[in-house]
Design a binder for this molecule. Sequence first.
Ligand code: ADP
Length: 283
Amino acid sequence: MTVAVQLENVYKIYNNVPVVNDLSFTIKAGEMFGLLGPNGAGKSTTIRMLTTLTQPTQGQIEVSGYNVVRQPIRAKQCIGVVLQQVSVDGDLTVWENMELHGRLHHIANPQRQRLINQWLEYVELVTRRNDLVKTLSGGMKRRLQIARALLHQPQILFLDEPTVGLDPQTRRRLWEIIRDLNKQGMTILLTTHYMDEVEYLCHRIGIMDGGKLISLGTLQQLRSAHGEGLVMKQIGDRWEYLFFPTVEDANLYLNQQEDKTGMMVRPSNLEDIFVELTGRKLD
Ligand code: ADP
């Protein structure tokens, strides 16, 4: 197994508070890994450390075998980054944004123009290449960010909440792009608020809360660990959730109840597990 990303006992402490607290996990080359968690869980801080934007207070981080603190330039050459804040320059054209990034990465012409064209074509922005970025829609800007992040041919792509604030069609289009990149061999780490995004895209899921990784595995592993069967019980105006190893076990429990009013059985999903683990809904 080739390791793409490795964190070992990583801490980030702000004002004596550990916002990332003893985080350790590994992402394999070619994997699509989703980091899920409520607001303030420490997801963005983790991405910022992985992408050399801020240093860990303690612990080791390697991307593509390079230590992000000791070899930040090497590490940066191997990664593409799309952060939450739209970081493309609205007063430059689409092409100028790509050109600037290409020059910053010392990609020489004619390869630079070839790659700019290739990636603009890939994200379907060729026809907008001479338009100012401020005239693009939110989804187009996000696609441009992705094209730009791919220009220097990274092996690992970091996406911090890639579809936040986008309409459903645009989200799905981005999902297709992200999935296709992964199929081509790109290792991807994404953070998100959205359960459906993780379920659709990610091979493995890490759930963070309070700076800690509180669960890690494939969706099926998480379901096996926390219970695949669920009994929902309506009590007044709220629902109580009871987890069972299997749906059959949940049905057995339901059948044993004298009063089945307001009760139903269904397979558990990621959102059920998330709420069970973190004790609150995502906003
Ligand atoms: P998430 O991305 O999961 O919403 P963040 O990593 O953005 O979480 O934030 C985790 C915690 O760290 C929050 O409580 C946030 O207020 C705090 N935090 C993030 N950056 C800083 C900073 N530069 N200085 C102080 N506290 C910060």
